[in-house]
Design a binder for this molecule. Structure first.
Ligand SMILES: *Cc1c(COP(=O)(O)O)cnc(C)c1O
Length: 469
């Protein structure tokens, strides 16, 4: 399997190359040259298989010959099968919970950090380890986080031989649960850095390090953000496991996806292209509604970023949307390059009418503000006793608004455990959600981190020092 850039000017790479590279050198995103497909019969044959077994079938064609069957199987078992050390604490890995006659939640929060990002990052850490060992290389992962990505990336990389991870967070400005999920990982290859500044300062520091090419090559700098193809790929799997459990390929199904960077919902679109009978994909957004506006008006336009109850979706520019545009524009890289140039010079672009209508055919979108989120969270709790986190609640409400109750299952992706956003949940429902047993002692665990001033040279010096000795 070969991968090409959405902007058409970067070299073609294999799976190993795109996993280690992330962003293409022409500024574009890598996508598979062809999307593999499954026949109805092949999908039917997935019934009754385990999560790890279905993952193997879905992921194999994307990996091509970069891993042997045995190597890939071992990695998937170690990631998604409790019997081989998998860290997902539910036997179904991604269980479906029925909440109405045709309504389901796909719970994606049983991984080590209680959010769906574990599905991809638990696996990505293994890919990094394997490919760097093969090339006899070391990788340094550098990132800034205000929430879920940091802890999931740290969990995915902890204890790996060839990888060290440096994760910046704004000192005193992340919740105690979120900080401790990162800082209580005390392996020598994990360095948490509390920066004396805000989240934008952290991001600016990371960007400055990546822009210093000499430094970048010296330490083997890599990012783990959601534009890495391997992350999208891993997320395709749970669309297959859930659709098959609900009767695919013989019964259509729709999904509502709490959306920020468009990674998770793009995985759903690829699953549809691969042969799943997905009727509609609902883009569920909070007040940061650039995608909902685009679908309505045909104009993609940057706006202000608002802080909401669902902070992991507080994003204005959805990077993975570029992959979607590439497909609906008939994979014409020149069109994408033009859209992206307009975005960076004028802050927006207007979709060609054909591209706009193709998007509306595939997707629906709904914006759910904080007031509605609180009311819906409360309503769900009162009527069923189910406690949904704020991100999931945005998805549930968008499903209610956008999807007809026509007998086809409506599945909302439950992207985070309610205890991860305990304050918001308590304010809406009066219930203080408890952390799962494996994290019950989180608030008393030993922490390890270093505090640094908001200064590029000090940060680089600390990264050069490497992990803890
Ligand atoms: C990251 C995240 C999202 C948004 O996912 P994207 O792939 O960026 O669209 C939604 N909910 C939670 C809890 C998240 O952590």
């Amino acid at each position: 399997m070969k991968y090409i850039s959405t902007r058409g000017q970067a070299e073609t790479l294999d799976f190993e190359g795109v996993t280690l590279t992330g962003l293409a050198r022409d500024g574009g995103l890598y996508v598979p040259e062809e999307i593999p497909t499954f026949s109805a019969e092949e999908i039917r044959a997935m019934r009754g298989k385990t999560y790890a077994e279905i993952a193997f079938e879905v992921i194999s064609p994307f990996v091509g010959d970069c891993l042997t069957e045995g190597e890939l199987k071992r990695m998937l078992d170690a990631t998604y099968d409790e019997n081989y050390g998998g860290q997902f604490r539910h036997p179904a890995v991604a269980p479906l919970v029925q909440t109405g006659n045709n309504d389901w939640l796909l719970e994606l929060f049983h991984g080590p950090t209680l959010a769906f990002k574990d599905f991809a990052l638990q696996l990505l850490g293994r890919f990094f380890d394997h490919f760097t060992a093969k090339r006899d290389q070391k990788l340094t992962i550098l990132g800034a986080t205000s929430g879920d990505t940091g802890s999931a990336a740290i969990e995915g990389c902890r204890g790996r031989d060839n990888v060290s991870i440096f994760m910046l967070h704004p000192k005193g400005r992340v919740s105690e649960v979120q900080r401790r999920q990162m800082t209580s990982v005390i392996e020598p290859n994990v360095v948490n850095i509390a920066v004396e500044g805000n989240f934008d300062d952290c991001q600016a520091l990371v960007k400055a390090c990546f822009n210093d090419h000499a430094f970048r090559d010296e330490v083997g700098l890599t990012a783990v953000n959601s534009i890495n193809w391997a992350r999208v790929m891993a997320q395709i799997v749970y669309y297959f496991t859930s659709a098959v459990a609900l009767g695919a390929p013989d019964r259509p199904v729709s999904y509502s996806v709490p959306t920020g960077n468009f990674g998770d919902i793009f995985a759903g679109y690829i699953a549809k292209r691969m042969g799943l009978p997905i009727e509609k994909l609902v883009i569920a957004t909070n007040s940061n509604d650039i995608l909902a506006r685009t679908l309505e008006t045909g104009r993609y336009e940057r706006g202000d970023v608002y802080s909401t109850l669902s902070p992991s979706m507080d994003i204005q520019i959805s990077s993975n949307f570029e992959r979607m545009l590439f497909d609906i524009a008939g994979r014409d890289a020149a069109v994408i390059a033009k859209y992206m140039e307009d975005l960076s010079t004028t802050g927006g672009f207007t979709l060609d009418a054909n591209h706009h209508s193709a998007l509306k055919e595939l997707f629906a979108a709904e914006r759910v503000d904080d007031e509605t989120t609180k009311a819906v969270m409360q309503e769900i709790y009162a009527s069923s006793g189910y406690i949904a986190d704020p991100h999931t609640t945005v998805g549930i409400e968008a499903a209610n608004v956008c999807l007809p109750d026509n007998g086809a299952p409506r599945v909302t992706l439950a992207t985070a455990h309610p205890a991860k956003f305990g304050e918001a949940v308590k304010a809406a429902t009066g219930v203080d959600p408890v952390l799962p047993a494996h994290m019950a002692d989180l608030l008393t665990r030993e922490e390890r981190m270093v505090s640094l001033p908001n200064d590029e040279e000090t940060l680089k010096a600390r990264v050069r020092e490497g992990g803890w000795s």
